[in-house]
Design a protein around this ligand. Structure first.
Ligand code: TXA
Ligand code: MG
Length: 313
């Protein structure tokens, strides 16, 4: 079911059209100084689910939220001295900061993959900033490549991988950095390098003073997938056709249940609801049984995340 992907220019008309598409919940690829991103309104769960569908991602990694200006960050996160120092030194630029979410942040839980932190970045690219300013809100964007493929640094790369799957690409030539942003975690006692990237570690340490802690996790390219990942406190049983004992039942499709991922059996809707549903059920401190989810399209990513939530720990 392919759609026509528009190639928009970086003039006023192109930027406004791209911003309108984002507001309507559509997916727009845009250039940043690092790589082209695949953008969606970060407050719209269905739009964000569409990002995972378009990329064919087999799992839900948390996404980076892009902002036009540093001052917008405090709407979403608990700001800190370290955040202020790094933002003042390197934003706009190829640096992403992971910070604790603030109450009432309004972001889709699919953006954060259910974590209580979020990755934020103010990109330096003039066209990215004009788009973000015209849109006015937070834009969730992973690199605009199909899952498992190389990150795109031109609009042609984006179209080669995602033509027919996204509404538009805003074409403003090649990216200058060509490497993804450096990610620094500011959620613990010491700022931590979560992913090496376009901003050298030495520059960050020169601004901060003390050296960065190093991520000791197994896979530095996917810090959001580490063991700290959200999992409910109670046991989670998958592929359950009905609940047992005092289990709460998380349904999919038209069936009796305590909470339904999608009563109509729509995988995009289910993806958008997944983390909110798990949080709601978790708050009741009872074991959770989950209905079978079909293994196609976004079903792969939903099942991957459910398997992590159900893994013994
Ligand atoms: O340069 C970039 O960073 C590009 C452009 C488009 O901004 N974006 C990009 O996004 O590389 P993506 O989705 O390919 O990589 C985002 C990384 C993932 O490794 C993810 O696990 C991590 O950011 N991440 C996002 N939120 C996180 C969080 N709350 N905690 C830890 N890691 C997080
Ligand atoms: Mg990527």
């Amino acid at each position: 079911m392919d759609i026509e992907t528009l190639r928009l220019g970086p003039d006023e008309a192109g930027i406004l059209q791209a911003a309108d598409l984002l507001s309507a919940g559509a997916l727009v690829s845009f250039p940043t100084e690092t790589v082209y991103g695949l953008g969606a309104d970060a407050r719209n769960g269905t739009a964000v689910a569409g990002v995972f569908a378009a990329k064919g991602r087999p799992s839900f990694n948390p996404l980076i939220v892009h902002l036009a200006q540093t001052t917008q960050a405090q709407v979403f996160v608990e700001w800190s001295d370290a955040a202020e120092i790094l933002a003042a030194a390197f934003w706009p630029g190829p640096l992403t900061l992971v910070l604790p979410l603030k109450e009432g942040h309004g972001l889709s839980s699919l953006v954060t993959a259910g974590l209580d932190t979020v990755a934020l970045r103010v990109p330096a690219h003039a066209t990215a900033r004009r788009l973000l300013a015209a849109f006015g809100g937070p834009v969730a964007a992973p690199s605009a490549n199909p899952s498992g493929r190389i990150s795109p640094t031109t609009a042609a790369h984006v179209l080669a991988g995602l033509s027919g799957k996204i509404a538009a690409v805003l074409d403003d030539g090649p990216c200058t950095v060509g490497l993804e942003s450096t990610i620094v975690g500011l959620t613990g006692d010491t700022p931590m390098l979560l992913r090496a990237g376009g901003l050298p570690q030495e520059a960050i340490e020169a601004a901060l003073g003390p050296p960065l802690a190093q991520n000791s996790g197994p896979d530095i390219t996917a810090p959001g997938q580490l063991t700290s990942h959200y999992a409910p406190a109670g046991a989670v049983r998958l592929n359950a056709t009905k609940p047992k004992g005092n289990e709460l039942y998380l349904g999919f499709g038209n069936m009796p249940c305590d909470l339904n991922l999608s009563a109509s059996g729509d995988l995009t809707e289910a993806a958008a609801n997944l983390f909110d549903c798990l949080h709601q059920l978790d708050a009741k401190a009872r074991p959770i049984a989950v209905a079978p989810i079909p293994e196609h399209g976004l079903g792969h990513a939903i099942n991957d995340r459910l398997q992590r939530a159900a893994a013994p720990r």
